[in-house]
Write a protein that binds this ligand. Structure first.
Ligand code: SF4
Ligand SMILES: [Zn+2]
Length: 372
């Protein structure tokens, strides 16, 4: 059995400790943010209400094992205690604020695991879902969780709060199906086996799974990142995840990835890389006759077009942002073939050069800490 403690855990942990000291104090009765956006629903294009809760934060991210190498969400969480009543009030106010708007999906993010009762107490979980159940137009609810918190007991409780016709989906940040990359490059602290168990439990409790995949974890070349994400998507679909979301790294302050980026040894992926990933996944889905097993393969990159986020060149960034959004909502990958730009040749050259200088691979060097 692999040790789930990544080789960079200590370094990640000390960076995180420093940045947590700068956390802001916010009004505990208000969500951090909320908005309505175009989205791909299970049934087709529609609108989603997104709610970012002001919460305690991810137990993994705040714990002694350091959290994930690219995740700065802990910096957005509350430095003071947040009660179940606070969390309920945050959702109640948001639903009231948007009561006159039309949306069919609600996505709740709490910079951690909604199913972890230390982050979101059971009474808050139940009440939040019961309140959402009252919104007639909503047909799907999406919350996030690490796999260790996906239990039959918790899911039974959540499903009980929802009518049968409302879909519940749990977003799990698998990031990659490759255990070595997930543990060492990302420091995620769980195995593919753990994810598989969680998916099995969710499916048996009438709950869907959305799998988040991280495009270009640190220490991978663009080419390795393509291979890793395509393989991971196919693996997740085969396990039973009907929604896949590809998340290209957006460099967040206070993280290991930020340190690497600041020192010129990390670049967020290119749009060409994301385009290649999406086309290759669909190609494999068709080739392996998996289309009946998948409803949506999404990508909604944050920080897109900026130096910290996924980017190409200044000439084609905007076209790609629009095309990826259009693709995601309509699930028509042919849209991605319409963009051309001279930076495509530069990207192709980069793939060749990175391959030639491959000794940077975290998986191949004996002591990767020496590289930092
Ligand atoms: S990526 Fe998810 S699991 Fe990792 S530290 Fe951030 S919130 Fe926690
Ligand atoms: Zn370009």
């Amino acid at each position: 059995m692999l040790d789930t403690k990544g080789i960079l855990a200590e370094q990640i942990c000390s960076l995180k400790k420093k940045s947590l000291k700068k956390r802001k104090t916010r009004d505990t009765s208000k969500a951090i943010a909320s908005w309505i956006e175009d989205d791909r629903l299970i049934t087709g294009p529609g609108k989603a209400l997104v709610i970012i809760l002001n919460s305690q934060g991810c137990s993994w991210g705040l714990g002694i094992d350091g959290g994930c190498s690219m995740c700065g969400y802990s910096n957005e969480t509350s430095a003071i205690d947040i009660s179940a009543d606070n969390l309920i009030a945050q959702v109640k106010t948001t639903l009231t604020n948007f009561s006159k708007k039309e949306f069919q999906s609600i996505k709740i993010f709490n910079s951690g695991s909604f199913l972890d009762t230390n982050e979101i107490p059971i009474e808050a979980q139940t009440k939040i879902l019961s309140m959402i159940n009252e919104v007639d137009s909503v047909s799907e609810i999406i919350v996030e969780s690490r796999p260790e918190f996906v239990s039959r007991k918790i899911l039974k409780n959540l499903r009980k709060a929802l009518d049968q016709n409302k879909e519940l989906e749990i977003g799990i940040g698998l990031e990659t199906s490759n255990d070595l990359i997930r543990i060492n490059n990302i420091n995620k602290g769980f195995l593919f086996e753990d994810y598989k168990k969680a998916v099995k439990i969710a499916l048996s409790e009438n709950t869907r799974v959305k799998t988040y995949l991280l495009l270009k974890p640190p220490f991978l070349t663009e080419k390795e990142a393509i291979k890793d994400t395509v393989q991971s998507a196919i693996d997740a679909i085969k396990i039973g995840s009907r929604s896949i979301s590809i998340n290209p790294i957006n460099v967040q302050s206070g993280t290991l990835v930020y340190d690497l980026w600041r020192n010129g040894i990390y670049r967020s992926p290119w749009f060409w890389t994301l385009k290649t990933v999406l086309l290759k996944i669909w190609n494999q889905v068709n080739k392996q006759k998996l289309s009946e097993k998948v409803d949506r393969i999404l990508s909604d990159p944050s920080g897109a077009g900026t130096r910290r986020g996924i980017h190409n060149c200044s000439k084609c960034n905007k076209d790609f942002i629009k095309a990826i959004m259009n693709y995601s909502v309509n699930q028509d990958y042919t849209i991605l073939n319409k963009i051309t730009c001279s930076c495509h040749n530069l990207w192709l050259e980069l793939l060749r050069q990175e391959e030639a200088s491959r000794d940077y691979s975290l998986m191949r060097v004996e002591n990767p800490k020496n590289l930092l």
